[in-house]
Design a protein around this ligand. Structure first.
Ligand code: SF4
Length: 335
């Protein structure tokens, strides 16, 4: 089923009681002013003028439930007429785990909210402290349970490569997030954004950059865990923006096609496991699901080059499988 078009309204840093070391929310959202009910009306009027219906209104970028209740209601109430006429089919918002209460969720639901995204980021308290998050893993578990108990869809966001973390801790975070049974996850490998405390930490040598290669390695560990648990990964990597691409992402795991790089690495590993039994010098043909052929081949044919070299193959060809599935199979091994 096609996903509903998303109409984003950014709530930059609004209501956020602290400063996570990696965050410059105003810069990431590309917006400098706090949102108001008028912004919601303008965004939805424009959607309606374009003939859109059944859109999803998404409040991103802040700590929605930490905003003063009157403004939360103003923002949500502005969507009311558009929910009533079918322009909007659902509302989602993102917030901090320590800003979630049963009463607050009931208010959201009564105004038409359907999905709550929680910034879990890590399930390791030492990593959360080193990252200035101001909440604990227990806060995330408690908030996740409240969201589910309220009958709202739960999306959890996690980050890799935060201060004090490593591949093992990131993998452990993914496992603990799976235990919370979200309806989906977003994975954001850490990017060092200009003018953030993390940039200072990196420049002073107290934080080691989480490179694109580091992010690909750890995300290729954890993506299969979510797949095995049937939890959709709805985003992998920060959304590219002109400002980030023009230099606001000073270092770290910023790559416009990070998700594709990770999926390519997952397939390279699966192919490598199959090729262990193949004699050197063989001509090999692999079949993968039709939509995954280019990921299997890799950017600039990287996977083909790496696997051919590692297993001493005389050639490696990738063809689309007849059925769409996750698996890779060896369809031909010749000399
Ligand atoms: S809680 Fe969210 S908005 Fe607030 S500083 Fe952290 S990342 Fe930024």
């Amino acid at each position: 089923m096609a996903r509903a078009k998303i109409i984003p309204v950014f709530v930059p840093h609004l209501g956020c009681p602290n400063d996570c070391v990696f965050c410059d929310q105003k810069r990431i959202s590309g917006s400098l002013l706090p949102a108001s009910g008028k912004d919601v009306t303008a965004a939805l009027e424009s959607a309606r003028d374009r003939g859109l219906s059944g859109v999803e209104l998404a409040f991103y970028g802040g700590s929605f439930t930490a905003v003063r209740p009157a403004l939360q209601k103003e923002l949500l109430a502005a969507a009311g007429p558009y929910l009533a006429d079918g322009t909007v089919s659902s509302i989602r918002l993102s917030t901090r785990p320590d800003a979630v209460t049963e009463e607050g969720l009931a208010m959201l639901k009564s105004h038409g909210a359907a999905t709550v995204e929680l910034g879990a980021q890590s399930m390791d308290d030492a990593v959360l402290t080193a990252s200035g998050r101001g909440h604990t893993a227990a806060d995330t578990a408690r908030a996740a349970a409240l969201v589910k108990a309220a009958g709202l869809k739960l999306i959890l966001q996690m980050m890799t490569g935060l201060p004090g973390s490593d591949r093992t801790k990131d993998t452990d975070t993914a496992k603990r997030i799976i235990d919370l049974a979200p309806d989906g996850v977003r994975i954001y490998p850490t990017v060092i954004v200009k003018n953030t405390p993390l940039e200072d930490m990196w420049r002073s040598g107290t934080y080691r950059e989480h490179t694109v290669a580091d992010a690909v390695a750890v995300c290729a560990d954890i993506l299969p865990l979510f797949e095995a648990a049937h939890i959709p990964v709805i985003r992998l990597g920060l959304n590219p923006t002109d400002a980030l691409s023009a230099g606001d992402a000073v270092a770290g795991a910023y790559h416009p096609a990070l998700g594709e790089l990770v999926r390519s690495e997952v397939l390279r590993r699966r192919a490598a496991a199959l090729l262990r039994t193949v004699p050197a010098g063989a001509r090999v043909t692999l079949a993968v699901a039709p939509g995954r052929v280019s990921a299997m081949i890799g950017q600039h044919r990287r996977n083909i080059a790496v696997l051919t070299e590692a297993f001493g193959l005389s050639s490696l060809t990738v063809i689309p499988a007849e059925t769409a599935g996750e698996d890779i199979s060896l369809v031909d091994v010749g000399r």
